[in-house]
Design a protein around this ligand. Structure first.
Ligand SMILES: C[S@@+](CC[C@H](N)C(=O)[O-])C[C@H]1O[C@@H](n2cnc3c(N)ncnc32)[C@H](O)[C@@H]1O
Length: 252
């Protein structure tokens, strides 16, 4: 009985076999890829830009020629990668890795137009195709909760970071302010799927996104998971009343 439980995981509010989750997640992002960036602006009222700016500030890529390699994991359409490349100097190189070919295709088209120092690689966060200690920083924004085996992804992030490298994770979190939490629930479960239906034709995809946020561990628990992987000086800050948390850890 316990064994059967171990082999299942959350896909939003549904329990699914662990091996089935990635395919379901891939369907979600395949379905929304072309409208993904527009939807982020609509759903968050543009706030995702401020959250990503906080992430980029924390990475603090050098402004000069100094070589600085960043991996933006689950980087999808490249939104975070372009901000990192813009913030850094000519020595900053950003690799986007994502499991979804459709999200990457949108990212490559954007990169070709904007001529940024970025490359896009199809890869699973649980088994990264990079040598040990190859990046100065690894970022993941709104991606980790979609990965079926989060512990494997964290171990891979740790492996590919050089000693002294910085891991930063931006993820939706939990709003604990009385009053605001009910308003946030109302917005999340009613308004977001409705916007999703109107813009992408897929309300279910956005219902999953909202449900998966509720299932993701609280920031203190997730910080413990990061620590258990071997990261040091682990900390987090809540942004926008806890809607989002920015986690930080170092490979030392
Ligand atoms: C909500 S999007 C975030 C995209 C981007 N980081 C941003 O903030 O705009 C989540 C991304 O995680 C990717 N993803 C899901 N599971 C993954 C996995 N196992 N490995 C790598 N990427 C994954 C999805 O394909 C999708 O592009």
């Amino acid at each position: 009985m316990a064994k059967a439980k171990e082999n299942h995981t959350d896909f939003g509010f549904r329990r699914v076999p662990l091996g089935a989750k990635q395919g379901l997640v891939d369907d979600v992002f395949h379905s929304v890829a072309r409208r993904y960036d527009l939807m982020n602006d609509l759903m968050s009222g543009g706030l995702h830009r401020a959250w990503k700016a906080a992430l980029v500030t924390a990475v603090n890529p050098p402004r000069n020629e100094k070589a600085f390699a960043v991996l933006d994991l689950a980087g999808g359409t490249g939104d975070v990668a372009f901000r990192l490349a813009d913030a850094g100097g000519p020595g900053t190189h950003v690799t986007v890795a994502d499991i979804n070919a459709e999200m990457l295709a949108v990212g490559r088209e954007r990169a070709a137009k904007a001529k940024r120092n970025t490359e896009f690689i199809e890869a699973n966060a649980e088994a990264l195709p990079f040598p040990e200690r190859s990046f100065d920083a690894v970022t993941i924004a709104f991606g980790i909760r979609n990965v079926p085996r989060i512990d494997k992804a964290l171990a891979e992030i740790h492996r590919v970071l050089r000693i002294g490298g910085h891991f930063l994770c931006l993820e939706f979190s939990s709003v604990d302010i009385p009053g605001l939490d009910r308003l946030y629930d109302m917005y999340s479960f009613n308004v977001i799927p409705a916007i999703g239906r109107a813009v992408t034709g897929d309300a279910e995809a956005y219902r999953y996104l909202v449900e998966s946020i509720r299932k993701f561990p609280k920031p203190a628990t997730f910080a413990d998971m990061i620590r258990a992987t071997g990261f040091r000086r682990v900390s987090f800050q809540r942004l926008t009343g806890g809607v989002v948390a920015l986690h930080s850890g170092w490979r030392l």
